[in-house]
Design a protein around this ligand. Structure first.
Ligand code: SF4
Length: 318
């Protein structure tokens, strides 16, 4: 490791609880997520909840080129492994069921699909992205059993702790639903992740900062934070075209992330701060930064300010 990287890693470990360090503690080898498209739909798109979907959603932004739902789970994973093996021959992988709602099918079908992924050589665990209203007790019981023999992480789209925002973006569930699903997953000893978006319509920085302790109070192991992105073809893009609204500059977003991070408990693992949608789909904000470039900027600002994750955290009494 070069001196610069060592310095960077030192500061990162001290400044926030980063996912890279956490996952290195879980496995004796390098692992990375490999996206797989299980061919699922979403109840917020197929009419069970609504036909419109969340106003910001475009699942084209989820899948890398090797993911093709017409191919079997095994074939997608084998192709994904070949894609990365050239660069990292010793890498092992977590099958990441990412696109749409990856628990939205009958239980036997779901478990067959997860088991199929785990049978693929060098797949050492699964990550399941889903909605909090799409997990039954029976499914969580099965995942609890599975998690006794392999790495299982269930990742919930929370997006906001504000029910008015959740209505505005047409999520089709409220915050209480997220709270319940996360508690039921965590109580079974299953690794539990959450995803939130900062800068959703109607939410300014003060509102996001107000929500940080609420998110922090959830029994989550891992949190992913994303900036609001306006993607071509979505309902949000249409509203933005009709009446443009403010989206964060990089500088504003870093300021917000620091304030947010300071209010999160220090043992919560932070997997990411930003997302980069394909340039041809992204309308705004166009920061032109890779994830590591953003992290470098953030770490620099944290270092200069003396702030760190959890230094303003407090416990919410229910
Ligand atoms: S963001 Fe997720 S829950 Fe919302 S419409 Fe898209 S796939 Fe469905």
């Amino acid at each position: 490791m070069t001196k610069n990287l060592l310095t960077f890693a030192y500061y990162m470990e001290q400044l926030y609880n980063d996912f890279g360090s956490w996952i290195r503690g879980k496995f004796a080898f390098r692992v990375q997520k490999l996206s797989v498209d299980g061919g699922f739909s979403c109840p917020n798109r197929d009419g069970r909840i609504s036909f419109g979907g969340c106003t910001y959603c475009d699942n084209r932004t989820f899948n890398p080129a090797y993911c093709d739902r017409s191919k079997s789970v095994t074939r997608q994973l084998e192709e994904g492994k070949r894609f990365f093996a050239r660069k990292y021959p010793d890498m092992k992988y977590l099958a990441y069921f990412q696109a749409f709602t990856n628990t939205y099918a009958p239980l036997p079908q779901l478990m067959d699909m997860y088991e199929e992924a785990l049978q693929v050589e060098d797949i050492v665990g699964i990550v399941i992205g889903t909605r909090p209203d799409c997990v039954s007790s029976a499914l969580l019981d099965s995942l609890q059993e599975l998690s006794k023999r392999t790495f299982v992480l269930v990742e919930y789209g929370i997006e906001s702790a504000n029910d008015e925002t959740l209505r505005r973006i047409n999520r089709g569930h409220d915050f209480e639903c997220s709270r319940r699903a996360i508690a039921e997953t965590h109580n079974r000893g299953i690794l539990t992740g959450g995803h939130i978006i900062l800068g959703l319509p109607g939410e300014d920085a003060d509102e996001s900062i107000r929500q940080a302790p609420l998110i922090s109070s959830l029994p989550l192991d891992i949190l992913k934070i994303h900036q609001m992105q306006i993607i071509r073809g979505t309902a949000l893009a249409r509203s933005y075209a009709e009446k443009p609204f403010h989206v964060y500059t990089v500088d504003e977003y870093i300021t917000l992330i620091i304030a947010y991070l300071r209010r999160l408990r220090s043992d919560l693992v932070i997997e990411r701060f930003v997302s980069q949608s394909p340039a041809n789909l992204l309308i705004a904000p166009k920061w032109g930064l890779k994830n590591y470039e953003f992290t470098n900027l953030l770490v620099g600002r944290l270092r200069n300010s003396g702030a760190r994750q959890g230094d303003l955290a407090y416990t919410i009494c229910e």
